[in-house]
Write a protein that binds this ligand. Sequence first.
Ligand SMILES: Cc1ncc(C[n+]2csc(CCOP(=O)(O)OP(=O)(O)O)c2C)c(N)n1
Ligand SMILES: [Mg+2]
Length: 311
Amino acid sequence: MATIQANAYDPRTLHLGDEEYLRSGHLACPGCGAALGMRIALKTLGEKTIVVIPACCFAVCVGSYPFSAVKVPVMNVAFATAAISAAGVRAGLDAQGQSDVNVLAWAGDGGTFDIGLQALSGTVERNDNIIYVCYDNEAYMNTGIQRSSATPYGAWTTTTPWPFPKQEPKKDIIGILAEHRIPYAATASIAFPEDFARKLAKAKSIPGTKFLHLWVACPTGHKSEERLSIRIARLAVETGIFPLYEVEYGARYTINWEPSFRDVKEYVGLQGRFRHLTEEQIGTIRSNLRSEWKRLRAKVRLGNELEQEDH
Ligand SMILES: Cc1ncc(C[n+]2csc(CCOP(=O)(O)OP(=O)(O)O)c2C)c(N)n1
Ligand SMILES: [Mg+2]
């Protein structure tokens, strides 16, 4: 039965090994959450992995040919094509009988929520056997911090400058993918590496398309201190702004971490992109958060009901 497995994982169970697949000397900014995410992802998936990266910060982080900061093969592809390019790599590997090689699409929020969504939708609909990780820094960071549909309400970006911060809420990407009846979709955070690693390992074991939505801190774009990246990522979860949960076949929802619901002021207060927010706007974030959690808990209940009816 799909019950809430609140705070279900044990941090002591994380054994990722000593092997590093993301070398020091990569070109990520100090405090970059995506670099930490890639480090954890490759340690979990291992050397039999091919990474497909569209235009995004990470295409830069890896370095330019003939150099690479990543120890496994990397393919750089056009902005909108992460999912279908990864599916193509998968098809080639399968044709060669190399079905034990993981194909990891690693794309930003702009390349996933916006420009790559159509290709991703097609890949999920065909259920191509890839792991897709969207590292979400909540804007088009590589080209100078432009708003994406993953940018949260109230955030400053260069295209939502003060006094006109973003007015629209963040797009519910997991909801969209769940409605495709994707075998596995989950959110994850760099501040919860055990949970992220477990989800990657689970994704690896399931055939078909798997989607992970990884929240990452971005000191450059969020106007935050580099040393606070993990604290901010943790607060995104603990305030309830970024819930950790997973969905199987679009129906079975499981909340993986029950937050302490710390006040959102703690989270926004550490990021310059929210510095202009009024009390009223912070109140709007609080009430949006409450209604999002109601929706999420309703989805968990619906999943439970459907499962009980099936038995
Ligand atoms: C078709 C196309 N349009 C625009 C660009 C320019 N471009 C390169 S990276 C990027 C931003 C990507 O944003 P996101 O996917 O969120 O990744 P991030 O840079 O934040 O890591 C843009 C707009 C491009 N390379 N190709
Ligand atoms: Mg981005």
